[in-house]
Unconditional design. Structure first.
Length: 348
């Protein structure tokens, strides 16, 4: 069977491509840049998701589509979120229908829920995004849901925060600070339950949804997690660098981060500073039951293995130009001053 992975050079997309190839499946990738770590058997097509002719070409002969193209929160892309995350999804759906694909798996985001007060999150939880990225991802979901209602075989995969070997972006900041012995910070006391998902588990969810033709909406997170503070403290202890978890007042932290964001002095987006102070976790049991597998990593295993890779293997000089924001370090802006402040011996 032939699988098309849109955005297949990105963090999740490249993992899907790798796992499919290991299974002996045929894989085609559509992306604007080519990752260096593709298996040799991958058929790569360089193209933009908003180019309908190129997307139609990529869809030729395809059985399953894993739609991963998206601008992520770190991109701070403004109205381009709508162009890529919504109109790009519309084009992918239209061309998939014309090509007669057997199944379409759409990678969404937990940002569609905004900042809900009731946990756990289920498919009955209202989708109320609190910022532009979440609004665009919700609109993309709406297109897929409409296609489902009209009989098109499609699944929506909603991941919690994704971690795994090679994950950089916002985690580059976390791992670098811990490696250098700087204190790290939670917005508030970090006492809320907070869930992650390993990149291989979310990739497996997309694969199973396609190959088992599981039409529906699936909220996917690990079933082994604690509070954000507990899991970060575990990571600090694992690292053994003297880094500690400190708390920042919610209102003050959110206000300062919002100002820095608007002044383009911080990499953090509204999705980060408007939601990370609250509990956030899915009831993923229904998703795993339908998809037919179980998550393989706990929060702590994900954090520690990803941190170990960063310490042992990451070299900023070898990051490929043009790579996705989740596969390269981000500029920290004025957050570097906070790091320097937190590293002072008297503040340990």
């Amino acid at each position: 069977m032939l699988h098309l992975v849109t955005g297949g050079s990105g963090f999740v997309g490249s993992t899907i491509a790798r796992l499919l190839t290991a299974r002996g499946e045929q894989v085609r990738v559509l992306d604007i840049w080519k990752a260096e770590d593709f298996p040799t058997a991958v058929d790569f097509i360089q193209g933009d998701i908003n180019d309908s002719a190129m997307v139609a070409k990529a869809m030729q002969g395809v059985d399953y589509v894993h739609h991963n193209v998206a601008l992520v929160p770190l991109a701070k892309a403004g109205r381009d979120y709508w162009k890529v995350n919504v109109e790009g999804t519309r084009i992918a759906l239209d061309e998939a229908k014309k090509a007669g694909v057997k199944m379409f798996s759409h990678m969404s985001s937990s940002a569609v829920f905004g900042s809900p007060d009731v946990m756990p999150i289920t498919n009955d939880t209202p989708r109320k995004p609190v910022e532009i990225y979440g609004e665009a991802k919700k609109a993309g979901e709406d297109l897929v849901m409409e296609a489902q209602q009209n009989g098109f075989p499609a699944a929506i995969i909603r991941p919690r925060t994704i971690i795994g070997t090679g994950r950089l972006g916002i985690f580059n900041i976390l791992f670098e600070w811990i490696k250098d012995g700087a204190n790290i910070y939670t917005i508030g006391d970090g006492s809320g339950l907070f869930q992650f998902i390993h990149v291989e588990d979310i990739a497996e969810a997309s694969i199973q949804a396609c190959m088992k033709k599981c039409v529906g909406v699936f909220n996917v997170g690990t079933d082994q997690f604690g509070t954000l503070r507990e899991d970060l403290e575990f990571l600090c202890a694992h690292a053994g660098t003297g880094s500690q978890v400190k708390s920042l007042p919610v209102a003050l932290a959110m206000g300062v981060l919002q100002c820095l964001d608007r002044l383009q002095l911080s990499p953090l987006s509204p999705w980060h500073y408007l939601t990370y102070h609250k509990p956030f976790y899915f009831d993923s049991a229904p998703a795993f039951k339908t998809l037919g597998f179980a998550p393989t990593y706990s929060n702590r295993q994900m954090l520690c293995s990803s941190y170990d890779w960063f310490v042992k293997s990451f070299d900023s000089k070898n990051v490929m130009q043009g790579s996705s924001l989740h596969k390269k370090p981000v500029k920290q802006g004025l957050l570097k001053l906070l790091k320097a402040f937190s590293s002072l011996n008297g503040l340990k």
